[in-house]
Design a protein around this ligand. Structure first.
Ligand code: G1P
Length: 282
C-alpha cells in the first residue's frame, strides 16, 4: 500500500503502542511475509555500494522494527483456532491481537488507548465501529451498554456475522483486541460456530456474559479512519487516503487527485448513464 506491504502498517502500529514482541500466525505459502521482515543482504550491500542511504534505511527499517516470531496455523479452522496457536508464546499474560486485513490509519492511537483501558479495567477490550446495515453480516456485532466514560461501552453479548435484521446493534468489531489469557482456556473448549469455524467471537461472548472469569468485555468506539484490505473498494480507498496524508507524497498527489476528481465529475455530468454504470461496477 503506497510503498510498503499492508502487514508492515500493522507491525508499525503495534510498535508505536510499545509492543515489540510480535508473533505472526501464518499459513501455507506465506513465506514472503517472513522474508520481508528478514535481512536482505544482497540488496543492502548493493545500496551501500551505491551510497543510496535513503533506500537502505527503508530496507533495514522493516527488519529492525521488532522481535518477530512466527507460528503456522496448520489447519485453517477459524480465527479462534488461529489465536489459540499463540498460547505457548503468550503464556499467562494479556496480549494484543491485530488482524492483518484491518489497517488503522497511523494518525490515530487506538491501540494505545485500548491498552490504557485494559490496564484501568482489568478487562478484555475490543475496538468497535458503527457500520451501516448492509455491512453487519460481515462482522462480529456487539450488544452494548453505556459506561461512565464517553466512547467506552460494556459489551453484554456478541454475534458473529448476524443476518441483516438479527444484529443486536450496528457496532461491529474491527480487528483490534486486547485479550486476557483466560481466552485460551475458553477457546480450548469452543465448538465450531458460524461457517463451521472456531470463532473468537464465541469465546468473547462467554467472557462478556461471565465477567467473573476475567473482568468482562468492553468496547472502545473508534471513529477514525480504518481500511479493510480484504475488500477491493476499501483497499483502493486506503491507498488513496494514505498517499494523500503522506508528508512527502501528499501535496503533489492531492493536487493531482483534485484535478482528476474534477475531470471525473465533468465526465459524469456529460454522460450520467455510463458514469453511473462504471461507479457501481465493482
Ligand atoms: C473477523 C472476525 C469478526 C470481526 C472481523 C474484523 O472476521 O471473525 O468478528 O468483526 O474479523 O475484521 P473475518 O473478517 O476474518 O471474516
Amino acid at each position: 500500500m503506497v510503498d510498503k506491504p499492508a502487514i508492515q502498517y500493522v507491525v508499525e502500529e503495534a510498535v508505536k503502542a510499545g509492543l515489540v514482541d510480535i508473533l505472526m500466525i501464518t499459513g501455507r505459502n506465506k513465506n514472503a511475509l517472513e522474508n520481508h521482515f528478514d535481512r536482505a543482504f544482497e540488496l543492502e550491500a548493493t545500496l551501500r555500494r551505491k551510497g543510496d542511504a535513503s533506500r537502505l534505511t527503508k530496507v533495514t527499517h522493516s527488519t529492525d522494527l521488532a522481535d518477530i516470531h512466527y507460528v503456522r496455523q496448520g489447519d485453517p479452522l477459524g480465527l479462534g483456532h488461529a489465536v489459540s496457536k499463540a498460547a505457548m508464546h503468550v503464556g499467562r499474560e494479556s496480549f494484543a491481537l491485530l488482524l492483518g486485513d484491518d489497517i488503522i490509519d497511523e494518525e490515530f492511537d487506538l491501540l494505545s488507548q485500548m491498552i490504557v483501558e485494559h490496564q484501568e479495567r482489568g478487562a478484555t477490550i475490543v475496538a468497535l465501529m458503527e457500520v451501516p446495515d448492509e455491512l453487519v453480516s460481515s462482522y462480529g456485532v456487539a450488544s452494548i451498554e453505556a459506561t461512565e466514560k464517553e466512547g467506552v461501552v460494556r459489551i453484554t453479548g456478541l454475534v458473529e456475522k448476524p443476518d441483516l435484521g438479527d444484529q443486536p446493534s450496528n457496532y461491529a468489531i474491527i480487528g483490534r483486541y486486547i485479550l486476557q489469557p483466560e481466552v485460551f482456556d475458553i477457546l480450548a473448549t469452543t465448538e465450531p460456530g458460524r461457517g463451521g469455524e472456531i470463532q473468537l467471537t464465541d469465546a468473547l461472548t462467554v467472557l462478556a456474559e461471565n465477567p467473573n472469569i476475567a473482568g468482562g468485555v468492553y468496547g472502545i468506539v473508534f471513529t477514525g479512519r480504518r481500511y479493510d484490505t480484504g475488500d477491493r473498494l476499501s483497499y483502493l480507498q486506503a491507498v488513496v487516503q494514505i498517499a494523500s496524508h503522506r508528508k512527502d507524497l501528499g501535496p503533489d498527489f492531492s493536487a493531482w487527485l483534485i484535478d482528476y476528481a474534477a475531470s471525473l465529475e465533468s465526465a459524469s455530468i456529460a454522460s450520467p448513464a455510463s458514469a453511473g454504470k462504471s461507479a457501481s461496477d465493482k
